[in-house]
Design a protein around this ligand. Structure first.
Ligand SMILES: [Zn+2]
Length: 83
């Protein structure tokens, strides 16, 4: 199994994509080719962040944070006016 010397380490090799425009190596998170500046379609770019479930969780978390902030604000105002 010794045909070619790998140009990149194994962990990096998984992130190497071939540019469809010039055939140069680019990384999968790149949106443009480093050689020809052609547009690349990022593959596997933040798949967790792009999943709808993650987006939903983020939205819920931000709503909870806003709710906590609102409650704190009301409490501060309440304390000031009552005491
Ligand atoms: Zn290219």
């Amino acid at each position: 199994m010794e045909q070619q010397k790998p140009k990149y380490s194994k962990s990096l090799q998984r992130h190497i994509v071939t540019c469809p425009h010039c055939g140069a190596d680019a990384l999968d998170h790149m949106t443009s080719c480093p050689k020809c500046k052609g547009v690349l379609e990022p593959q596997g770019y933040s798949p967790i962040l792009n999943s709808p479930a993650q987006k939903k969780v983020k939205k819920i978390l931000s709503i909870i944070l806003y709710a906590i902030a609102a409650v704190l604000l009301v409490l501060i105002v309440y304390e000031r006016f009552i005491k």
